[in-house]
Ligand binder design. Sequence first.
Ligand code: GAR
Length: 211
Amino acid sequence: MLTNSVGIPMKRIGVLISGRGTNLQALIDAQKRGEISGEIAVVISNKSKAYGLERARSANIKTEIVTKKTHPIREEHDKRVVELLKQYNVDFVVLAGYMRLITEHLINPFQNRIINIHPSLLPSFPGIDAQKQALEYGVKITGCTTHIVTLDMDAGPIILQEYVPVFDTDTRDTLAERILEKEHEILVETVQLLCEDRIRVTGRITKITGE
Ligand code: GAR
C-alpha cells in the first residue's frame, strides 16, 4: 500500500472521462508533482476512443472502457462501473468531463464520494455547453465549480468555485479555454481536499475543515 510522507495511506482515486481529458491530465501532473496525496487507481471511459485514455496509458494508469454498446441498459452500465471501482479499491470518484447522467446504482455505493467539475458558476448554466449558455445569456462573469454529485444533474453541494471574466471579444472557444485553466486549478485543489478528508457535507452545504 502506498503511503504519503507521514505514513498515511494514499487515497485511491477513480476518474471517469468521456473525451480529451485535460482535467485528467491536470490530476496526473499534480500527482507527479506530489501535490495530491492520492493515486489515480483507474480511469474509466464511456467512449472507447476518448483521448484521455491515451493520457492515462502514457502515465501507466490502468484504464477500463464501459460503453453504451457493451452495456446498453443504464442500470447495468452503472453497476459495471461500480464493480470496476470496487475492484480497484477506489476511495472516491472524479467525473472529469464524463458526459453521461449517472444513476443511483453508482451514486448510492459512493454517497458523497463522487465529485464533478462543471464549466460555469453553478447553479447558473447547468447541463451541456455551459460556456455557450453563458455567452448567449450575456453574463460578464462566469467560471467553474466543483461539486458533490447527486441524482439531480449539476445540482449537488458546491465545494469550490472560481470566477472568470467574459470579454466582449470572446467566442465560445476563447471563453472555454480561459475557464479550463481555472477548472484544472480547482479540480486539483478539490481532489487534494478529498485526499486529506477535509470536506464535510451537511444537507447541501459543504465545509472545509482544518483551515
Ligand atoms: C470540461 O470543460 C468540463 O468542465 C466539462 O467538460 C469538459 C471536459 O474537458 N464538463 C461538463 O460540462 C460536465 N457537465 P476535458 O475532457 O479536457 O477535461
